[in-house]
Design a protein around this ligand. Structure first.
Ligand code: F6R
Length: 366
């Protein structure tokens, strides 16, 4: 089953180009997108949607945090994202025009299922499931659904489920944008072209594995790490930190880079590696001054830049460059090196990569 791979996690990381291609299959040959991608009733439901509430846990929650940026910037639609186990025990206000979106690889996560039922009970009318398992409880429960076609995910640490969720969520933002007359035909074509290119771009990005392996050796000696990102890449930093914690048992924390000087900068010394997600987007200038603050205090930086980010390697500043700058798809591509880093650190440490201690694949109890 594993083929040439040592673990399911490695196999699943390398399956991402095909997992994303399979998930996007319906649109890869199309000239335009339609709400029907999300089910027959989607057009009617989306026409009544004026804001979105995303409920999920863990890695799926991080996908939701990325989606918020896309829903706001592409579709101009307000979006809240909440950890399912928090939402279900609050007294939030409900609104009929809210589309509740549940994101889950397994479709069996107890808190996510309960949070969506609770949202309905409070008066939210419609729900959409983004899920990887067709016969799951989440799919049965939701009004609309979109199946990510990642294929079975065996490794406990979620990898290909996450990138297929992201591709799906961008599609959702595009569909809602189109229905709200926020997407010109030209932009729609361009975004479809970019999505069509995504599997190839993922394939190229996977080639940085050998460079990441070298970093993994020094990481494996550390007890803590900080992950920094800004904007849409902040949730990617959170996902990178979660992967490292989960399978290599190194304590890792993600911060929005602008928060550094509000506290965590005090932790920076030469024992604390700082990983930065640094694509050449509109926030690169701001991020660079945050990196400078770390550098000036003797911190060791590990930067994932892209072809266009003007960040130069120097003492205590290591750079790995992704081969292209992917525009709106950048958070999807920047996930790959972080998965690879966690994987290779775990290999050096000799942990049980596919079955990390204390964790279960589907969290079906609270
Ligand atoms: C992390 C991980 C978990 C899951 C979370 C939600 O690698 O796998 O954080 O993402 O338990 O699971 P699903 O997506 O099945 O609801």
């Amino acid at each position: 089953e594993l083929g040439p791979y040592a673990h399911f996690m490695q196999k699943e990381i390398f399956e991402q180009p095909s997992a994303v291609a399979n998930t996007l299959e319906m649109i890869l040959n199309a000239k335009s997108i339609s709400p029907n991608l999300f089910g027959n009733k989607a057009e009617e439901v989306f026409s009544r949607t004026s804001n979105v509430l995303i409920l999920a846990c863990g890695t799926s929650y991080h996908a939701g945090l990325v989606a918020r940026h896309w829903l706001e910037s592409v579709a101009g639609i307000p979006c809240n994202v909440e950890i399912a186990s928090e939402y279900r025990y609050r007294n939030p206000l409900a609104d009929q025009a809210t589309l509740v979106v549940g994101i889950s690889q397994s479709g069996e996560t107890a808190d996510t299922l309960a949070a969506i039922s609770y949202a309905k009970k409070l008066g939210h009318q419609y729900s959409l499931a983004i899920c990887n398992v067709p016969e799951s409880a989440l799919i049965r429960q939701a009004d609309l659904c979109f199946l990510t076609h990642a294929g079975p995910e065996i490794g406990v640490a979620s990898t290909k489920a996450f990138t297929t969720q992201l591709a799906t969520l961008l599609l959702l933002a595009m569909v809602l944008a189109k229905m709200r007359h926020k997407l010109s035909t030209k932009d729609e074509r361009q975004m479809i072209m970019a999505l069509r290119h995504l599997p190839v771009a993922l394939q190229h990005t996977l080639q940085i594995e050998s460079q990441v392996k070298i970093w993994a050796k020094s990481f494996a000696q550390k007890r803590h790490a900080l992950f920094l990102g800004r904007g849409v890449h902040y949730p990617i930093a959170m996902e990178g930190a979660l992967k490292l914690k989960e399978i290599s048992y190194i304590h890792a924390e993600a911060y929005a880079a602008g928060e550094l000087k509000h506290g965590p900068l005090a932790l920076v010394d030469n024992e604390m590696p700082v990983v930065a997600i640094a694509p050449n987007d509109q926030l690169i200038g701001k991020l660079k001054s945050n990196l400078q603050e770390v550098h000036a205090r003797g911190g060791e930086l590990y930067v994932f830049a892209d072809a266009d980010s003007q960040i130069m390697q120097s003492k205590n500043l290591h750079v790995i460059r992704l081969s292209e700058h992917a525009g709106i798809l950048s958070p999807i591509l920047h996930t790959i090196p972080l998965q690879l880093l966690a994987y290779h650190v775990a290999l050096v440490k000799g942990t049980d990569v596919d079955k990390p201690r204390n964790l279960a694949k589907a969290v079906t109890v609270e």
